[in-house]
Write a protein that binds this ligand. Structure first.
Ligand code: ADP
Length: 254
């Protein structure tokens, strides 16, 4: 069964802005796919569709299926259990007075409480490098710390699908390294909207290039990102990391 399936997904915001036009692709269980493209390409809009945050008109059958279930109102509870969405702006995701409450929000909804909940929150915070942050108010944290709290709140629910919007933004280099390594260890299918081309090359087996709401290319990151003409035509660039990928340079040296 596919983890994510999009079939001719088209979306226009209520003010008339066309955001997505006829998007079709699927993700296998455990597949890690990057969503790249310039600002305004439709990446965030696409991710919001995965858990029904931008519902289609009720009469229209859903163009989005998660783990075999169409994303329609009557399935929202199960769909949202399966999809962990990391928002682009952490301030859109954090709304509780303490880090503990924010991270505990998901598992509480699924019935966890007491010591089991506290242990799970502690483990999730440790996973993102924030052990001991339980009693801190989220609004006093740095942007990078807030993003890690959001990630803990997503990972604690162990979703089958992760929809991550710019997950490495605001993180310092060590934080980025740790996040990339953590994401590589997770069994979830991952759809990652990002401008961090190192993340794409190091973590993803496939990249989808989106521009003006349409898929321009879909293939292995090394092939897509190495195509300088394609990258420049869509507001991106060939990442420097690819020039270090030559085999004879991987044996030590500087
Ligand atoms: P990306 O994440 O690739 O930068 P977005 O999904 O944010 O792209 O935006 C896709 C298009 O939809 C853009 O043209 C953007 O201006 C428009 N858009 C995004 N959010 C809204 C909104 N809330 N209302 C109207 N238009 C929007």
């Amino acid at each position: 069964m596919k983890a994510v399936e999009l079939l001719d997904l088209t979306y226009r915001y209520p003010d008339g802005s066309a955001a997505l036009g006829g998007i079709s692709f699927s993700l296998d269980a455990g597949e890690r796919v990057a969503l790249i493209g310039p600002n305004g390409a439709g990446k965030s809009t696409l991710l919001l569709h995965l858990n029904g945050l931008l519902p289609e008109r009720p009469a229209v059958p859903s163009a989005v299926t998660i783990c075999g279930e169409p994303v329609v109102q009557e399935n929202f509870f199960r769909v949202r259990k399966n999809v962990g969405l990391l928002f682009q702006d952490p301030d859109d995701q954090l709304f509780c007075p303490t880090v503990f409450e924010d991270v505990a929000f998901g598992p509480r909804q699924f019935g966890l409480a007491g010591a089991a909940l506290a242990a799970k929150v502690g483990a999730a915070l440790a996973q993102v490098g924030l052990a001991g942050y339980e009693n801190r108010p989220p609004h006093h944290l740095s942007r990078g710390e807030k993003r890690r709290v959001c990630l803990a709140g997503v990972l604690i629910c162990e979703p089958a699908v992760l929809a991550l919007d710019e997950p490495t933004t605001d993180l310092d280099p060590r934080g980025r390294r740790e996040l990339k390594s953590l994401l590589r260890q997770l069994p979830a299918a991952q759809l990652i909207a990002t401008h961090d081309l190192e993340l794409v090359v190091e973590n993803c087996t496939r990249a989808i290039l989106l521009d003006r709401g349409r898929i321009i290319a879909d293939g292995p990151p090394s092939a897509l990102l190495a195509d300088e003409t394609l990258m420049l035509a869509h507001g991106l660039e060939r990442p420097h990391i690819l020039s270090h990928a030559h085999p004879h340079r991987s044996q030590g040296g500087s």
